[in-house]
Design a binder for this molecule. Structure first.
Ligand SMILES: [Zn+2]
Length: 188
């Protein structure tokens, strides 16, 4: 629902719905980063309950992979499983970020500060803590496209300090930055 505020001098000011109202139902109980106005995916949650959007928690990624949980909302995966990465990840069917619900991945394309803008100014609190590594979404050089790769299942392999998810991508949803540097969906 949009909010309409009648003005004493006549007319109305219309404010768009709160961002939380536009989230998938299963993301609405996530903690929120009020400064950035975004929900905090469970994979970006540090043990002290604060977010770090630059890195993912090694433990959380592995737990999501083993227990087939979404790395964003933390709930059981659906029939279709989504992975997010650039064209090379999609071509190889290889990802370091955990599996997601398709709708949570789509929402992340809009709210994740590392995905939705081509240029992202890193906040001073985004440092590399123990037990985490750089998320693919946090690379300095962003790929020309972000692709939601949709699959039915995946394999987990040890990879450095973390794991690599391998899968056969069945469907793709492709996103590109427009001239203003905003991420837009360009194909289903
Ligand atoms: Zn989810």
């Amino acid at each position: 629902m949009n909010d309409w505020h009648e003005q004493p001098e006549g007319g109305y000011i219309v404010t768009p719905p709160e961002w939380v109202d536009r989230l998938p139902e299963r993301m609405k109980d996530l903690g929120r980063d009020e400064r950035r106005k975004v929900p905090i995916p469970i994979m970006n949650l540090k043990p002290d309950g604060t977010p770090n959007f630059m890195v993912v928690s090694n433990d959380t990624v592995q737990r999501c992979g083993r227990e087939a949980l979404c790395g964003i909302c933390g709930k059981d995966l659906d029939y279709w499983i989504a992975f997010v990465g650039g064209p090379i990840s999609a071509a190889n069917g290889a990802y370091t970020d955990p599996p997601f619900h398709v709708e949570c991945a789509e929402a992340a394309m809009h709210f994740c500060p590392h995905l939705n803008r081509k240029v992202h100014r890193r906040a001073p609190d985004e440092k590399m803590p123990e037990g985490s590594w750089k998320s693919e979404g946090a690379v300095e050089e962003k790929p020309a496209q972000w692709i939601i790769g949709i699959t039915r299942d995946y394999r987990m392999l040890p990879w450095g300090q973390g794991v690599l998810f391998q899968c056969n991508i069945r469907h793709r949803r492709v996103y590109e930055y427009d001239e203003q540097g905003n991420l837009q969906k360009v194909s289903e």
